[in-house]
Design a protein. Structure first.
Length: 710
């Protein structure tokens, strides 16, 4: 079974090995069992149902919530030579009828559907009349009422269990928490599903969180080393989205805005450009993201604080789906905290709900002020233990200094208390620094005992301290809307001198900037630049010709491997990860020409080379007809070379030909019928006249011969 799966992995997808749990999941589903798959974004969920779909007889039905996602997957499968279609509301009745006909004739292997369409009685009875390979339920967390992606139509998918008791079902999600998991099992009736939990770590993402100082300048600093990369910049408000997009464009970083207030067409247009072009930056509110499968998003920036770690993880997770180095970068400041707390307080909902949201925000803030490894802290929140610091986040790389802030913290809290718990940070800092201004005088604060006690620190240092006090919940933001600070219950032990307080020391801005450029995820080195651009430009051209996004032609990882391994023949090209049979046939030559800097060499290869080439192509999954086209020789020639290679055990019969099992059995029996020597092909050929080409018989005979010689 795994052999079969490996063959499909190599032939169709062009990959050499399964990742993580993929093999186990595929084995389970291919054998007809149910599965629940929890795997982070970029983990490779699609293969978990696409490979078993190709292993099993019949139509595979994939449920997906978004048209964009479906179209992307269908385009990708199409490029791989797998017959897939998406049925959605954009199709007219004629097109739909035609698709239904093709399905009935068994010409389609994978059908993508929105849940509401699948559960229509007509659709269900249509499917009941067919042979179904499996049901895959993607983004299965949409069934959970607690999550923010809840889709009521998902609730009806439970009936598949009863209507199709013998069809395996696989539910997949990148949402980690236990509650969602249990809800999926219960609502989708997946009690017998085997559960496959992967680590939710995204090792290729580098995390950095900086105090907000001059956010635009900081952002430019970060982007400076990433020119030409695609990325997302998240902002909280629509207005800010527009401003930042303008700002970046003016600074020479092509950027587009995206938020719910834009006209639908413009939003769709910007999204499409982001997917189809390279090196664009999308400046967006959180309305942007779900359904964005673009694998080569190289960075995700936050100019405003997300409201929970769940949101932070999900948003940053859109970077680096392709497994190549990517960055998650955030600048955060006191104003963010105040803003989010106020928003939370003014939101609808009961007290309990608000308390939960408050806890979530606190966890987010704790990550910002974290002094240990960010990744360890982030994963710990999702109940996953990373035994060692990761070595791939700002805290691990730069190191974090902490200092004893007990005394200054007391002074700061005392300033809050003595001034009546209603002033904002600006005024409180003025008190501590002993600034003699109008507002101070008007309030008589120059007489406070804490007036001027803090001259040993700068304004920035005091502001940082206040931010940290709020982030740690030692001071609260007054929620009436003016941003005044109050003491919270939890600060009492500190005020009474019962506990001490260690805080992270902020790196000097210059230091931070240096660190951020040294951690830059530069994929391509200087001298490779030119070739890289040439490969990308060929990819862009092919993508336009085929009306698909560039990454559907080849992902960056594949181009990068071409760049590094410099294949010089089609057989070497076939070894590159991500180059399956179909793509080798379609694009192999064109990319070789770019890599070798010239037109193709048309002189025929000597026979020995030809054989070598042919064996590689067959191993890569090409059919004899494809090989003939590729090597520019007759199909007959290819068959006789294949037969030779099989006889010499350079190839297995399965690698050379794709014969239905029954037919193969019949041919083998015909050869093995008599006693002694294997009969010649001409002796048994009449039995298969009109059904099987003689060339095929030669290959089967060669395989039997090879077997007997062992
Ligand atoms: P997910 O749906 O879990 O976010 P995808 O299925 O989109 O992830 O896979 C992410 C990327 O990893 C895709 O480009 C995919 O082709 C690639 N990939 C998946 N499995 C493998 C594998 N076994 N070997 C190499 N690349 C893989
Ligand atoms: Zn770390």
């Amino acid at each position: 079974m795994l052999d079969h799966a490996m063959r499909i992995l190599k032939d169709v997808f062009g990959y050499d090995a399964f990742r993580g749990n993929q093999a186990a999941i595929i084995e389970r589903v291919a054998a007809g069992g149910d599965a629940l798959v929890l795997m982070p974004t970029g983990g490779g969920k699609s293969l978990c149902f696409q490979v078993p779909a190709l292993m099993r007889e019949g139509l595979a039905v994939v449920v997906s919530p978004l048209i964009a996602l479906m179209d992307d997957q269908v385009a990708t499968l199409d490029e791989l030579g797998v017959a897939a279609v998406a049925l959605n509301s954009t199709l007219g009745p004629d097109e739909q009828r035609e698709i239904a006909d093709r399905i009935r004739r068994g010409q389609i292997k994978m059908l993508y559907l929105a849940p509401e369409r699948l559960v229509q009685p007509r659709m269900l009875s249509f499917l009941q009349g067919l042979d179904i390979a499996l049901f895959a339920i993607d983004e299965a967390h949409c069934v959970s009422q607690w999550g923010h992606d809840f889709r009521p139509e998902y609730l009806q998918l439970g009936q598949l269990a009863e209507l199709f008791p013998h069809v395996p079902r696989i539910a997949l999600t990148a949402t980690a928490d236990k509650r969602t998991r249990e809800e999926i099992v219960q609502r989708l009736h997946l009690d017998n599903a085997e559960r496959f939990l992967s680590s939710f770590d995204r090792p290729n993402i580098f995390y950095r969180i900086q105090p907000k100082d001059q956010p635009r300048k900081q952002l430019l600093n970060f982007l400076a080393a990433r020119k030409g990369d695609a990325g997302i910049v998240y902002c909280l408000s629509r207005k800010k989205v527009e401003e930042v997009a303008d700002f970046l464009s003016n600074q020479g970083f092509p950027a587009l805005p995206y938020h719910a207030g834009l006209p639908n067409e413009l939003r769709a247009f910007n999204q499409k450009r982001f997917l189809n072009e390279e090196g664009l930056i999308m400046v967006a509110t959180i309305a942007f993201g779900m359904g964005i499968d673009k694998p080569n998003v190289r960075f995700v920036c936050h100019l405003d604080l997300p409201k929970s770690l769940e949101a932070y993880y999900q948003e940053t997770g859109r970077a680096g789906r392709d497994g190549l180095p990517a960055d998650a970068w955030m600048a955060y400041g006191l104003q963010d905290v105040i803003f989010l707390k106020q928003m939370l307080n003014n939101s609808e909902g009961d007290e309990r709900h608000k308390r939960i949201e408050q806890h979530k925000l606190d966890a987010m803030l704790a990550l910002c002020e974290e002094t240990r490894c960010r990744r360890q802290a982030l994963l710990a929140y999702f109940d996953e233990e990373l035994p060692n610091p990761c070595g791939h986040c700002d805290n691990c790389i730069d190191g974090v200094e902490t200092w004893d802030a007990t005394e200054p913290a007391r002074q700061a809290l005392s300033a809050v208390y003595r001034s009546g718990q209603r002033y904002g940070v600006g005024h409180l800092v003025d008190i501590l620094l002993g600034r003699d201004n109008e507002k101070i005088r008007a309030a008589g604060h120059q007489h406070l005992a804490v007036f001027g006690v803090g001259k040993g620190f700068s304004e920035v240092e005091w502001r940082t301290l206040f931010r940290q006090l709020v982030a740690r919940g030692l001071a609260d933001v007054d929620l009436d809307g003016f941003g005044g600070l109050r003491l919270s219950e939890t600060c009492r032990p500190l005020l009474r001198g019962e506990v001490s307080l260690q805080l992270r020391r902020e790196p000097k801005p210059a230091q931070a900037a240096k660190a951020s450029s040294s951690a830059a995820s530069q994929l391509v080195r200087g001298h490779e630049r030119e070739m890289w651009e040439a490969l990308r430009s060929l990819r862009r051209k092919l993508a336009e010709e085929h009306s698909v996004p560039p990454y559907v032609i080849f992902p960056d990882a594949t181009l990068l491997e071409m760049l590094r391994s410099q294949p010089s023949s089609l057989s070497e090209m076939a070894e590159v990860s991500g180059v399956g049979a179909r793509k080798l046939e379609r694009y192999g030559q064109a990319f070789l020409e770019v890599l070798n800097g010239s037109g193709a060499d048309d002189t025929p290869a000597p026979v020995a080379d030809l054989r070598h080439e042919l064996v590689s192509l067959a191993r890569a999954g090409m059919t004899p007809a494809q090989i003939a086209g590729q090597l520019n020789c007759s199909e007959k020639n290819v068959y006789s070379l294949l037969a030779e290679a099989i006889a010499q055990q350079q190839l297995s019969l399965e690698q050379a030909l794709d014969l239905p099992e029954e037919l193969l059995g019949e041919i083998q029996e015909a050869f093995l019928d008599g006693e002694g020597e294997l009969p010649a092909v001409s002796e048994i050929a009449p039995l298969f006249a009109g059904r099987v080409d003689e060339a095929v018989l030669y290959c089967v005979r060669a395989a039997l011969q090879a077997e007997f010689e062992i």
